[in-house]
Design a protein around this ligand. Structure first.
Ligand SMILES: Nc1ncnc2c1ncn2[C@@H]1O[C@H](COP(=O)(O)OP(=O)(O)OP(=O)(O)O)[C@@H](O)[C@H]1O
Ligand SMILES: *[C@@H]1O[C@H](CO)[C@@H](O)[C@H](O)[C@H]1NC(C)=O
Ligand SMILES: *[C@@H]1O[C@H](CO)[C@@H](O)[C@H](O)[C@H]1NC(C)=O
Ligand SMILES: *[C@@H]1O[C@H](CO)[C@@H](O)[C@H](O)[C@H]1NC(C)=O
Ligand SMILES: *[C@@H]1O[C@H](CO)[C@@H](O)[C@H](O)[C@H]1NC(C)=O
Ligand SMILES: [Mg+2]
Length: 589
């Protein structure tokens, strides 16, 4: 913003001219509409629900999921639940200050709940459940005095429950279940109305509502940490407007709105160009690539949002094509903290030194002042998550699934047993198993969870999307070991054979996850039912052997789980035994 302002003053006449052309178009969309356009900008993928949100409309009242008050034409309800929306919840949502209902549940939103929501004081219903939201619950939500329903269950929120929520006098329903909240449940105000059902499934909550005594600890007040992030830009704007005048401000807002709309989302790409322009250095690990730093930086500068291939808990992933046809995947992690660079570089050098057939190569990185850009080999087959769950009608054949499990096992075993120092992956899940063109699996993102956790200097063990893969003792203690990886690997095996995500709705309905379901089937001796009925070429013998390995891997107690070496050996002897392709087909029932 600051930079934009400066530019603006520099070439005032030019901009005024430009404005004259733009004002016409700009005037048309209401401020609520602009806030919604910004809301859309921070969403990187979805089914097509936001497709017909047309910024050239005079107001957003006809947009899908939006309801306006018929007199004031202000937005009073935004409901885009269950549309595969992936991205951050824009702080601009706080500008919708007539909003009564906000329903974003059942999507893939990650990042924090914006504290700006505390500005939507008319809110009566707030539904954010079943996303991947992390961080603290904003204390400002305690200002929403009209709130009747607050459901933020099934996310990855941590920290304490702010006592301010006790002020919500009109609250009828509260649900913070299935997060990673900790500390005492407040007892003031409205809190004594709610029973254990509102709080279940959190790692470390205590209090009379859930019949768990609190140890009297002098904990640090975590909940107040994240409130003051966005203040600076506001102050800058105010002082500038004092000197330049109100007219300019209005003009600027208008211009900026248009500018944003025109570039819908190109923000991030500009970010990269900015990242690398300010004194970035490139470090490559395997000396076998024929590019100079300059070549690479030039390519980085040309990246924009058309090159985005995915986003995860740590950042956005871009596809980077070099002139000679080589392709890489670039992971951009926005810097959270300065000052740990040497530590970071050393760890990266270790990760970069690892090379293995079943691991994704880290080729190098660019350490710019504002972000970290990690350069990986690009894998044409995408992630296992996509291959399993987003591939329409074409399901992976049994043989392919076995091959993928085998490869992933070997990659992980290498990290655990053959690397020096040994590496605990910490984030084994289907989106971190990538596939090459021949459906050979490669494990990606190893070591990253640790690296970024240390950097953030407080424990954020829970990465977006990981929920469901975590071993029970890991949820309790936050301490990762080889055996917690083995558990996650067991869950991954189950996901591959069943083609169901670990927290698939069909399990949740029964109050279980995939492991709970498996355990139930085992007690009834029906474990074969977990296998995907639509998978072609399932062989009873190998599937029994696979399941028995998976069952061991997801044992509740770490000592009962095999090591990854053991897993590989068992799979090799009992699952891969080449039964010379016998042509007869026993598939017909
Ligand atoms: N090297 C790569 N080659 C091809 N596609 C990739 C590569 N790395 C990542 N992707 C794609 O980008 C998506 C996002 O990756 P990313 O690692 O950022 O998130 P994630 O795996 O879902 O979560 P996490 O941040 O925990 O690793 C992946 O699901 C995959 O489709
Ligand atoms: C939002 O839409 C879904 C699906 O149409 C519906 O089930 C849900 O009740 C709506 N939420 C609100 C707050 O009206
Ligand atoms: C909205 O909320 C933010 C942070 O909570 C605050 O800084 C800002 O002043 C608020 N804006 C308005 C218009 O109230
Ligand atoms: C909530 O209300 C208090 C007092 O009315 C105010 O000081 C605070 O800034 C508000 N918080 C937010 C996030 O609006
Ligand atoms: C809260 O949500 C969980 C599922 O995440 C559900 O089991 C529980 O019954 C809900 N509690 C209330 C009070 O609605
Ligand atoms: Mg990943």
């Amino acid at each position: 913003m600051g930079i934009l302002l400066k530019d603006f003053q520099g070439s005032l006449p030019l901009y005024i001219l430009l404005l004259c052309c733009l004002v016409d178009i700009c005037q048309s969309l209401t401020s609520d509409g602009e806030a919604l356009v910004n809301f859309r900008t921070s969403i990187i993928s979805s089914d097509d629900v936001l497709g017909q949100w047309r910024p050239e409309d005079p107001d957003p009242c006809g947009w899908k999921g939006v309801i306006c008050d018929s007199k004031t034409m202000r937005v009073i309800s935004l409901n885009v639940s269950n549309h595969k929306l992936k991205g951050l919840i824009s702080p601009d949502i706080g500008k919708l200050d007539h909003l009564k209902f906000l329903d974003l549940h059942y999507n893939n939103f990650y990042g924090e709940i914006p504290p700006e929501l505390g500005n939507c004081t008319e809110l009566q219903g707030l539904f954010l459940q079943n996303n991947y939201l992390s961080g603290f619950i904003p204390t400002g939500l305690g200002n929403l005095s009209n709130l009747q329903t607050l459901d933020i269950s099934s996310n990855s929120l941590d920290g304490r429950i702010p006592t301010s929520l006790g002020n919500l006098r009109n609250l009828l329903t509260l649900n913070v279940s299935s997060n990673f909240l900790a500390g005492p449940i407040p007892t003031d105000g409205v809190f004594d109305q709610f029973g254990s059902n509102s709080f279940v499934g959190n790692s470390d909550l205590c209090g009379k509502q859930i019949n768990k005594l609190c140890k009297d600890e002098v904990g640090n007040q975590q909940t107040t940490g994240n409130q003051n992030v966005k203040k600076n830009s506001g102050r800058l704007l105010i002082s500038a407007s004092a000197t330049v005048g109100a007219l300019l401000l209005v003009a600027l807002m208008c211009f900026w709105g248009c500018f944003l709309y025109k570039k819908l989302g190109k923000n991030d790409a500009k970010g990269i160009a900015k990242d690398v322009s300010g004194g970035a250095s490139i470090v490559m690990f395997h000396g076998d690539l024929p590019y100079s730093s300059k070549d690479i930086i030039k390519k980085l500068e040309a990246l924009n949002d058309e090159h985005i291939i995915g986003a995860g808990g740590f950042g956005t992933v871009y596809k980077l094509s070099m002139d000679d046809g080589n392709v890489f995947a670039l992971k951009r992690i926005v810097k959270l903290n300065e000052g740990f660079d040497r530590f970071f570089e050393r760890e990266l050098a270790i990760l970069g030194s690892i090379k293995h057939k079943y691991l994704v190569n880290l080729r190098g990185y660019c350490n710019s002042p504002t972000s970290k850009l990690l350069l990986y080999d690009y894998l044409a087959g995408g992630s296992l998550d996509e291959a399993l769950h987003e591939n329409g009608d074409e399901q992976l054949a049994w043989e392919t699934r076995v091959k993928i499990i085998m490869g992933a096992a070997k990659g992980l075993a290498y990290l655990h047993h053959d690397c020096s120092p040994r590496i605990i992956h910490r984030d084994i899940k289907s989106s971190n198993i990538l596939l090459d063109g021949n459906f050979e699996a490669r494990v990606s993102d190893f070591g990253l969870a640790k690296l970024l956790e240390d950097e953030e200097s407080h424990i954020t063990t829970i990465v977006a999307g990981t929920f469901g893969y975590l071993a029970p003792e890991y949820m309790q203690s936050g301490r990762a070991t080889e055996k917690t990886d083995v558990y996650s690997f067991g869950v991954l095996m189950l996901e591959v054979v069943s083609r169901k995500r670990p927290t698939d709705a069909s399990f949740i309905e029964k109050g279980l996850n995939i492991v709970g379901w498996l355990n139930y089937l085992v007690t009834e001796d029906r474990q074969r039912e977990i296998i995907d009925g639509e998978c072609e070429g399932v062989e009873a013998e190998t599937s029994d052997a696979l399941l028995s390995v998976a069952i061991q891997c997801v044992s509740p107690s770490p000592e009962d789980r095999p090591t990854m070496d053991r897993v590989v050996k068992t799979l090799e002897s009992e699952v891969m035994t080449p039964c010379p392709s016998d042509f007869y087909d026993s598939a017909s029932d």
